[in-house]
Write a protein that binds this ligand. Sequence first.
Ligand code: NAD
Ligand code: ZN
Length: 347
Amino acid sequence: MAETMRAIVKTAPGPGASLQEVPKPSTGPGEALVRVVAASICGTDHHIYEWNEWARGRIGPHIPQIMGHEFCGIVEETGPGVSRVSEGDFVSAETHIVCHECKTCRRNQYHVCLNTRILGVDVDGAFADYIVVPAENLWVNSPDLPPDVASALEPLGNAVHTATAEPLAGKHVLVTGAGPIGAFSVGVAKALDAARVYVSEPNPYRLSLAGKMGADHLINPSEVPLRDAIMELTGDGVDAVLEMSGSPRAIRDAISCVIPGGHIAQLGLPPGDVSIDLNELIFKGVRFYGIIGRRIWETWETMSQLLGEGGLDIRPVLTHTFDLESFEEGIRLMEEGACGKVVLSVS
Ligand code: NAD
Ligand code: ZN
């Protein structure tokens, strides 16, 4: 009988997901089989779990599907033609599978590949004992990187990509939203030698996480108007905003708090159309960057350097660990916002 493994599977349209025994996947040319050691839960997984409109449209056509995309593990087997990784390597994965053929790939802009497929979204994911991925998507970690940290490199890469839109050294930086990625970005901005990091976050638990990551000023925008607080602290506004919430209000705050000539790096995904004063953006001469994914592989190289000699420690944000069976407890915590990054310990 074929070998099986445990996996969290989105089996049917509608809320929920279930832990099942499914066939263990096997490698084809260019692929690697990874034994998953730890995986972490992303907001995207939550969307797939709750089955929102985006999930219905994107995942609906190809369920059943194994969930999850943030993970680390040990390469157990490689398919024909793989030289990038070897059996026994401790790896994390770039979750965007790119085509190498489209116009943007041919411009080395892989992060905006026109044919991007995402692990756990468009193909089977990592909330399982094993995952098969294109070997070219694997990043080999130092064997002594803690597994919970290695499981979260993909979202940490979002923070690093956002924080490196322009140099932050010596700058006053506002982070709006201290969910896991915003909280990571506080540590990243500090490791990149930002002069001061200000954080705006309405959830007190998460605001305190930003403090643990080294933020200099914590502001609850439900208690004080953010612009007033920022102007009082900086005089003329911050040099850079890392927008990590997607909240329309935070996006408007970003525009009003940035100094003329500064920049806003927008990672947060708003729920729909956002009304902003575009004139304010233009007259202030603000550079506005849309940030998607990670630059392949520049962001990973910077991240690795920051985690090494850069002294970046993201463990304060990795607040909870569950086993695969208790995955739904992690989802519930995320719904309550009473957590940083939730990690699943798999093997
Ligand atoms: P999250 O939802 O866990 O965190 C968002 C945080 O923003 C929450 O803590 C929330 O309390 C806070 N917030 C809400 N309204 C706010 C306001 N007015 N001002 C300040 N903070 C406010 O999300 P996450 O997993 O940390 O991800 C951050 C954002 O990045 C999300 O919007 C996510 O969808 C997006 N994202 C984008 C990419 C990309 O490639 N562009 C990749 C991953 C995630
Ligand atoms: Zn492409």
